[in-house]
Design a binder for this molecule. Structure first.
Ligand SMILES: [Fe+2]
Length: 406
């Protein structure tokens, strides 16, 4: 939730009659968070938005190569693995590209139930509308681009963007022509929000926040749309439910409010630089009650004499730490590359590779680009991650010959 947006036709006062051509009454829909206590958006439809007909078979998911497992897994149910308190590395670039639209393409990597981190490599546009009634979603677009189509308008996204989609927002991804899509997907059953500390007393982003209101891309609203699509799939409690809308869900004449999908390009994040190494919390970008999502972007490094820019070994005892590597030269790690996920569970210390600590002294800048997720609830490794695990990662911290850098 960012700030209030107002588009299209609205009555002068909420919950009063809005009439269109022929004096036809519009239908108000209040899209609310935290029951009626949180942020909300009020949408005005040409037709009654709550007329839906249950269907037996999810039309898209059932056409996937493995419909039963896709439905049963519902993206988020991890396969428990034997306890293994070690540092882990998953090479997500080795995941096969899904011959599926975004609705069916998701592969969970790590999950606490509350928070699920996955990869989506879709290859085709969603042919129907869908929504995730379990979680807010934050996509990081590593490669690709397109348009997120919603009743509130289109949001364009491209490589390097964070794309936020609220829980239960009707959507359809229209993928860019000829583009490989590689997305990191963060699902949170708690609201994903801009950190409260970034706001002043009237809710505006503070002048010392790492981004400003102008840095965000909001939906472009063009009035009622009928794409001729009525099929709709809702994910709820890990299962998919199929239904049909009586009318186009994009039959919106106007809306205002603070709940809507948006984009924040990671390039707009303003990094902090200190005389000595600043803690990862300096890179905080989004938060939930259970997690912190941080952006590591290219920046100058520490300038105090003899400062060690490489992260100090640490035991962050309450946090499972996940890093998704996008590009650049990551100063503390070897053997990781674009698409790598490192997972360092709480309970054991972690830190730089053997020579990275020494080699970092005197470094003036870093080109690293990465997304970090700190999870307070312990994560479980999912079967998709096991298929692309680098088995030598944990022992690579003990020294010896340098590992191949990909
Ligand atoms: Fe760490």
């Amino acid at each position: 939730m960012l700030d209030r947006v107002s588009c299209g036709d609205l009555p002068a006062k909420a919950h009063t009659a809005l009439r269109g051509a022929g004096d036809v009454l519009r239908h108000e829909e209040c899209f609310t968070r935290a029951a009626f206590d949180g942020p909300y958006t009020i949408v005005y439809h040409e037709h009654r938005p709550h007329v839906l007909y249950p269907q037996e078979t999810p039309p898209v998911v059932s056409s996937s190569p493995e419909p039963s497992s896709t439905i049963a897994r519902g993206w988020t149910l991890p396969v428990p693995t034997p306890p293994s308190l070690v540092k882990r590395h998953f090479e997500t670039g080795k995941l096969s590209r899904a011959a599926q639209p975004p609705l069916g393409a998701r592969e969970p990597m790590l999950s606490s139930g509350q928070l699920t981190i996955g990869i989506s490599n879709p290859s085709m546009t969603d042919p129907i509308y869908w929504s995730n009634a379990d979680a807010d979603e934050l996509y990081f677009i590593h490669e690709g681009g397109g348009v997120l189509r919603s009743p509130l308008g289109d949001v364009r996204f491209e490589a390097g963007d964070y794309l936020y989609v609220p829980k239960t927002m009707v959507r359809r991804f229209v993928l860019g022509d000829g583009q490989n899509q590689r997305w990191l997907v963060i699902e949170s059953t708690d609201a994903i929000r801009l950190p409260k500390a970034f706001r002043n007393e009237v809710g505006q982003l503070r002048m010392d926040a790492p981004y400003s209101h102008r840095d965000f891309r909001r939906p472009v609203f063009a009035g009622p749309v009928d794409e001729g699509i009525r099929n709709y799939v809702v994910k709820r409690q890990g299962a998919f439910f199929s239904m049909r809308f009586a009318e186009s869900p994009l039959d919106v004449v106007g809306w205002d409010g603070s709940v809507y999908p948006f984009v924040l390009p990671i390039s707009k994040f303003e990094p902090r630089v200190g005389a000595v190494h600043l803690p990862p919390s300096t890179h905080l970008t989004f938060e939930t009650t259970d997690a912190a999502i941080c952006s590591f972007v290219p920046r100058p490094l520490d300038f105090y004499p003899d400062a060690v820019p490489c992260p100090y070994p640490h035991s962050s005892v309450d946090i499972d730490e996940v890093l998704y590597y996008v590009s650049g030269d990551f100063t503390s790690r070897r053997g990781v590359g674009p698409g790598s996920i490192s997972y360092h569970p709480a309970g054991i210390p972690h830190g730089p590779h053997p020579d990275a600590y020494e080699n970092s002294v005197g470094a003036k800048e870093t080109s690293e680009l990465a997304v970090m997720i700190d999870a307070r609830t312990p994560l479980t490794v999912c079967d998709g991650a096991l298929r692309v695990e680098d088995p030598g990662y944990d022992q690579s911290f003990s020294g010896g010959a340098p590992r191949k850098t990909s």
